[in-house]
Structure formats: structure tokens, C-alpha cells
Design a protein around this ligand. Sequence first.
Ligand code: NAP
Length: 236
Amino acid sequence: MQRLHPAPAAFVDDDELRAAYLMPDSSSWRDGRWVRANFVMSLDGAIIGPDGVSEHLGTEADRRVFSLARELSDVVLVGAGTLRAEDYRASRRPLAIVTRTMDLAPELRVFADRGPEHVRPMVMTTDRALRAAPEWLREEAVLVPCGADEVDLVRVLDHLTSLGLPKILCEGGPALLTDLLTADLIDEVLLTIAPRLVGGDAHLVYLPGGMHPPLRFSTAQVLEHDGTVLSRLLRS
Ligand SMILES: NC(=O)c1ccc[n+]([C@@H]2O[C@H](COP(=O)([O-])OP(=O)(O)OC[C@H]3O[C@@H](n4cnc5c(N)ncnc54)[C@H](OP(=O)(O)O)[C@@H]3O)[C@@H](O)[C@H]2O)c1
């Protein structure tokens, strides 16, 4: 791994890599938390490969930073679409799933494979969906009401912060990222560009009408490994 920006260095070792991805200290947080999003995309801006998931876009460098970003966060925040597509594993790390419909199947690994060592995932949803929650889901997850008919993302983030989980890592997907960006709730984006060209029409954000004015970010860091470019972008 080499650093291209801010201070070029031909070799970044594991300790330096970890230091390079630490979230800023709480003096620069907004509303008592830091919300980081982590995405990988192809050269042509696609966020999924031909198999419909992001795994095959990922390179060794991306996987390293993906794991590191998890390790450095308190909680992973994910849209239900990504959870379903990527079939997230049960984990020891707190996971918060955002869903309007609560269309979640008991066969998903996050529920089906959960052992005593795993944390019960949180499901951040609407009052309306909660009223129809199936019994199995009430047992397998912690159901959190976050709005009457729509999920209020500020309530989601406030809830995680109030649980003592202020370092929030959003792993997508694009629908959730779009809503968080539109509400200006993202503090930082880790964006990996993999040297692949895959086509397709799944992109990072869904905003056919564009964003006016555009959200601005500053480039805090750029690393490179084997053609993969990993940038760290801060909301400015
Ligand atoms: N390249 C990458 O880094 C990357 C990262 C993540 C995902 N992906 C890919 O992205 C694809 C999924 O895309 P997607 O846009 O469907 O992902 P998504 O944002 O994870 O899922 C959309 C679903 O999440 C819930 N959701 C999202 N925002 C919400 C909000 N503001 N309020 C309430 N519910 C909300 C809804 O769930 P309900 O339908 O249950 O109501 C919605 O249908 C997958 O193929 C995945 O592999 C790629």
C-alpha cells in the first residue's frame, strides 16, 4: 500500500494504515457522532458486479480497508436491500438494519445463524411496520420505532448515539446512502475505486434530478495498492 496524498510514502505498514483510518476525535463530530460511509465502485461507477453483489468488485486492498473500517466503528448501519443481497453474516459487532417494509426473511444468515456470541441485530423501522412484525423477528432482533410511516434517519442516528455507539459505519447501499446524503447526515465517505470496468446501471447514489447545490467534500487521503485507489473524503 502506498500513500499518494497528503504526504506521499512508498509503503504504509499495518499500524500506519490503522492510524490512517481512525475516525476523528469527538471535538470534530456533529451531534455527538461521526457517520462514515464505505463504498467500492468500478472505474465506470458501478457498485455491483455482474453477479449482483459488490464482492467481486472488491480487491485485496478494498477488503483490508473494509475490515479495518468495521473494526474502527461501534456499529454498522445497513439498508435492508444490501442485507438481503449480500446476506450478511451474524456478527459480534452491533448491526442496525434500516427498513421501511420490514420484509426480512428468517432464512437470512444474520438471523438463521445467530449464536449466543452474536449480537441481536437492530431493525430500525416504522411504527406501521412494527405493528405487523412477526413473532420470530421480535425474538431475533431488537425492533426500534423510528417514525410513524417513514424511517426518520435522524432518529436512527440519535438512537445509536444514545446507546453509546457514536462511531457509525454505513455500508450502504445506494438507496440508504442517497437518503443520508440528501439529509446531509454523512460526515465522511471512504470510496474505493477498483480497476475494473463492469457496466450496469447500479450507481453510488440515486438522484436522477441531481443534487442542487452539489455536496462538497475535501480529499483527506488517497492510498493506492495494485491499481486500487482508496480515498477518504470529508464533508466540507
Ligand atoms: N459497492 C458497494 O460498496 C455496495 C455497498 C452496499 C450495497 N451494494 C449493493 O447495492 C445493492 C442494493 O442496493 P439498494 O439501493 O437496494 O440498497 P439499500 O439502500 O441497502 O436497500 C434499499 C432498502 O433499504 C431500506 N431503506 C433504505 N433507505 C431507507 C430509508 N431512508 N428509509 C427506510 N428504509 C430504507 C428499504 O428497505 P425495505 O425494502 O425493506 O423497506 C429499501 O428498499 C446490492 O446489490 C448490494 O450488493 C454495493
